[in-house]
Design a protein around this ligand. Structure first.
Ligand code: SF4
Length: 367
């Protein structure tokens, strides 16, 4: 199986914490034509049936309905089991949701809620309120969409209590899937500038861990399976598309800022809409030269913090027996301390150590 990711590089405005490639909507028709050209010029890179399609960004719900219809007209959607679109609550009007259901093959919606506290939403520059998020989520569920909601913890002014309230409000909505990320202060964002000038501060490691533990506890209480550091799902509703990033499944990434992997080679599209349109989406992709060590390091980083862990047979097949032996030897002390687990063919980090697993993974990385 394989997937397609489409990066829509447009947003209504820039959230304070965001470093994704995005800008206000412009040159929409040229962008969609370039996307179509890119798809036809590169689709042979993926030879397996396309099972997942993911429209991310950016904010795909910024696009006009005509543009969304054009995208689903040129994509091969017939074999796809999971077709996801990212939307923001302010775009999820009843009209839009009904239209999406009736005129597109989308069956899964990923919505960025981020917080259920209006003060926290304002600080990070979101354009919607908590009430709008509840109304949008309810309407999406009532219309039969498989729904994933995103939250952020460690926000400025967020307390353990306000995080717990946000979490509970979201869990009470009973979405199929939940993605929760620890806020990160990325270089060049407004939030980082606010931190540098003392307007906001970062939560301590202790508070971050407390918030993470609360998240794991609540999600379990509400019946969600914790299957990757940031992801929780009701049974059968894990994200098939995102799982493909962690289990080395090929995916074709289209649009400026998108990344691709054909099973062996990683490629990326530079984040530059003007150049993308100038070349009409053709010949825009850059191959990321990766030696065996770099490929192995990617494998470590993507697989150790998942519920299924790292596949030792696959590791040996891809990189050689020496790498498998290195992993088994390195894991030894963590296994004896109960920080890692191992079964006949997999090894992984125990879930309550995922948040602080960077230092563990460093031991498995090869330089
Ligand atoms: S809507 Fe999403 S992609 Fe756009 S600026 Fe906000 S966080 Fe970034």
């Amino acid at each position: 199986m394989a997937g397609i990711y489409i990066h829509i590089p447009f947003c209504h405005s820039k959230c304070a914490y965001c470093d994704f490639y995005s800008m206000p909507l412009r040159n929409e028709r040229d962008f969609i034509s370039s996307l179509e050209n890119e798809y036809y010029s590169r689709k042979s890179e993926i030879t397996q049936p396309i099972r997942t399609i993911y429209l991310g960004g950016g904010t795909p719900s910024c696009l006009t309905q005509d543009s969304l219809v054009r995208i689903f007209n040129f994509l091969a959607v017939e074999d796809a089991e999971e077709i996801t679109i990212e939307i923001n609550p302010e775009d999820a009007t009843d009209n839009f949701i009904c239209w999406l259901k009736k005129h597109t093959p989308v069956n899964r919606v990923s919505m960025g809620v981020q917080s259920m506290n209006d003060r926290e939403l304002t600080i990070i520059g979101r354009r919607h309120s908590a009430t709008q998020a509840i109304e949008a989520a309810t309407a999406l569920l009532n219309n039969g969409f498989n729904l994933s909601l995103d939250l952020i913890y460690g926000l400025p002014e967020q307390t353990i209590d306000s995080w717990e309230s946000s979490l509970e409000a979201i869990l009470e909505l009973n979405p199929h899937h939940l993605s929760c990320y620890l806020l990160s202060f990325e270089p060049g964002t407004r939030l980082t500038a606010m931190k540098q000038t003392g307007k906001v501060s970062e939560v301590s490691d202790v508070v971050a861990k407390e918030m993470y533990n609360l998240l794991c506890e609540k999600a379990q209480l509400y019946g969600y399976e914790h299957y990757e550091i940031s992801n929780f799902a009701r049974e059968g509703f894990h994200s098939r598309h995102n799982s493909s990033y962690w289990n080395m499944t090929p995916y074709l990434g289209l649009g400026p800022g998108a990344h691709s992997f054909d099973g062996a080679i990683r490629r990326y599209n530079p984040g530059n809409l003007k150049d993308y349109i100038s070349c009409r989406g053709i010949g825009f992709t850059v191959t990321e030269p990766e030696n065996l060590i770099e490929q192995y390091n990617d494998f470590i980083i993507t697989s150790l913090r998942t519920k299924h862990g790292l596949d030792l047979n696959l590791c040996e097949e891809l990189y050689g027996q020496e790498f498998r032996v290195f992993i088994e030897e390195t894991a030894h002390k963590y296994l004896s301390e109960g920080i890692m687990w191992k079964n006949s063919n997999h090894v992984g980090i125990v879930a309550n150590h995922w948040l602080t697993s960077d230092s563990i993974m460093l031991d498995f990385i090869k330089i």
